[in-house]
Design a protein around this ligand. Structure first.
Ligand code: PNS
Length: 163
């Protein structure tokens, strides 16, 4: 069985992330979409909130082979724990490539058996990032169409309160 893990901060999960997740769900038998639990990154949304948002997405998109989760240590250790042989990441631009190139080298050093599968972002989403969504939402702009619809109202209220 081919198992992949799609890790990230997902602070919050955007439609760009959703595009990657759907592509991965079509390729792997099971995909774990996993929130990084790292308070050093000072996320706006708690791990619990982010996992709840993921659960709503999985449910409303009918992603039957996708499971949500979170991890706090090394990604390769989490992958081993859930039996995943593949990591999944999205690429938007050349700047992402440089970052991903480094992460891949570190992960292969830690676990020579691990491989990462990359999905190019839909060009329509290439400008989109979680930090854009946070900034737009906190400043009262519309985030409609930038985040999965099932989380839109929740995120709109939550980010408006954040500023
Ligand atoms: O969405 P992000 O913040 O770009 O995701 C980064 C992530 C979660 C993939 C990366 O920070 C990570 O894997 N962190 C866990 C710690 C780890 O395994 N570090 C070694 C590889 S950099």
């Amino acid at each position: 069985m081919k198992i992949g893990v799609y890790p990230g901060s997902f602070d919050p999960f955007t439609i760009g992330h959703l595009d990657v997740l759907k592509n991965a769900a079509g390729l792997f038998d099971v995909v774990y979409v996993a929130v990084l639990n790292n308070s050093a990154k000072s996320p706006v949304f708690s791990v619990e909130e982010r996992v709840e948002m993921l659960d709503r997405i999985i449910e409303s998109e009918g992603l039957k082979n996708v499971r949500s989760g979170s991890f706090g240590g090394l990604l390769v250790d989490y992958a081993k724990q859930i039996g995943a042989q593949y990591l999944i990441r999205g690429l938007r631009a050349i700047t992402d490539f440089e970052y991903e190139f480094q992460i891949d080298a570190v992960n292969r050093h830690l676990d020579p058996g691990i491989r990462t599968v990359y999905f190019m972002a839909n060009p329509a989403h290439s400008f989109l990032s979680s930090s854009n969504v946070r900034e737009i939402g906190e400043m009262g702009g519309s985030i409609e169409g930038l985040v999965p619809h099932c989380n839109y109202h929740y995120l709109r209220e939550r980010l408006a309160r954040q500023k």
